[in-house]
Design a protein around this ligand. Structure first.
Ligand SMILES: Cc1ncc(COP(=O)(O)O)c(C=O)c1O
Length: 376
């Protein structure tokens, strides 16, 4: 296997970063990291950031050094890669059903602190069998559906699953309660109302569990769009937000939440103009450089609109209120703000970490996207 050559080396100036490249503004990322860690500290709530965003052991280590109790992932392969790179406390906040995968999960549980979500009797039986075979142990969260209509059981069914977990001799760790659909409701009031409903469902599930004689040690969930409300609920003990670290165009389109830290864009795709027409410019970054599931990228601090140019290109035109003078020249750098950071990261082999700003910064770090392609 041959590896892709990184777009720059440590010590390079910003001009030397080849394009397209996935670039972290390290100063902005560290401010986001510190702001979230401070929020969790002040609200006396655990922070377990979602590493599905960055898939990077180097970044997970920074989060843990700043106070995170560990990280979440969505995929077992992400957990394996991060564990191999030295991360020792990982929660797979997702269901795993296939027996070969559960055998891998049980092996992993033998060497790190591992937790997993379940939402079915079959899943619990298979998990218990795999852990028994491997003679290992995992924390088990029962996932409830709090409105997304994705994974999770109805709150009333949580107690029975918790009992099944315990009956196998496994550790019932509490409830997984995450509402992805609430994260991008545009107004803070809409998000607050959605999480109020989520909290009422969590309380109902907790009540059922307690009434059946079990303790519910922890409720875990929340994302960047809603974590202020989960933290204020008094019900959640752990926050799983991930995107706050990089932010993306879609999150910037949310109305800010009052009393929430203001997170900055810290993840960019550096692109350059490779062709110029009379009223448009073409950059060398298309769908293979940035995900478009949440819309096209924004153009950073330019009076330009990014238009779909296909897999390898983007077509820039002046904003309606700007003239043709806004168009960049051939060879000029254009910084793009991805519409959605998680799947954008998964398109790249490396991060280029820039210190000192996008205009005159110097490359301080080149990090692999360790769990890139980890979808199993
Ligand atoms: C289960 C779970 N928890 C937490 C998050 C983090 O959300 P965000 O990246 O929006 O902060 C996600 C993101 O999809 C998720 O799926």
């Amino acid at each position: 296997m041959t590896g892709m050559r990184p777009a720059a080396a440590v010590g390079d100036g910003v001009a030397a970063i080849d394009t397209p490249a996935l670039v972290i503004d390290l100063d902005a990322m560290e401010r986001n990291l510190a702001a979230m860690a401070a929020f969790a500290r002040e609200h006396r709530i655990k922070l377990r950031p979602h590493a599905k965003l960055h898939k990077s052991a180097a970044i997970a280590r920074l989060q843990i050094a700043a106070g995170a109790v560990g990280v979440c992932v969505q995929k077992l392969s992400e957990a394996e890669v991060l564990a191999d790179a030295g991360i020792t406390d990982i929660y797979v906040s997702n269901e795993v059903i296939a027996e070969p995968k559960l055998a891998r999960l049980a092996a992993l549980a033998g060497r790190i602190q591992l937790a997993i979500a379940v939402d079915s009797a079959l899943g619990i039986d298979r998990l218990a069998a795999a852990l028994k075979t491997a003679d290992s142990m995992a924390d088990v969260f029962v996932e409830i559906d709090v409105g997304q209509g994705r994974c999770g059981v109805a709150p009333a069914a949580a107690g029975a699953l918790a009992h099944q977990v315990v009956s196998h001799g496994l550790r019932f760790a509490g409830l997984q309660a995450y509402h992805g659909g609430a994260q991008h409701l545009r107004t803070a009031a809409e998000r607050e109302a959605a999480i109020r409903h989520v909290v009422s469902l969590v309380r109902a599930a907790q009540a059922g569990i307690t009434a059946s004689g079990l303790r519910c040690p922890l409720v875990t969930g929340a994302g960047t769009g809603s974590f202020v409300f989960e933290a204020a609920s008094g019900v959640y003990g752990e926050l799983q937000a991930g995107s706050y670290l990089f932010m993306d165009r879609d999150y910037a389109d949310n109305e800010p939440t009052p009393h929430a830290p203001r997170f900055e864009h810290a993840l960019f795709v550096k692109s350059q103009v490779v062709s110029r027409g009379p009223s448009h410019a073409v950059v060398d970054a298309g769908h293979k450089s940035h995900a478009i599931d949440s819309g096209l990228p924004g153009v950073w601090q330019r009076e330009l609109v990014f238009g779909n140019g296909g897999d390898e290109h983007g077509i820039l035109r002046p904003r309606p209120d700007a003239g043709r003078a806004a168009l960049p020249a051939l060879g000029e750098t254009v910084w793009l703000v991805p519409g959605h950071c998680d799947p954008t990261v998964n398109l790249h082999d490396h991060y280029i970490g820039l210190r000192g700003g996008l205009a005159n910064g110097v490359v301080e770090a080149v990090w692999p996207v360790d769990a890139r392609g980890g979808v199993r």
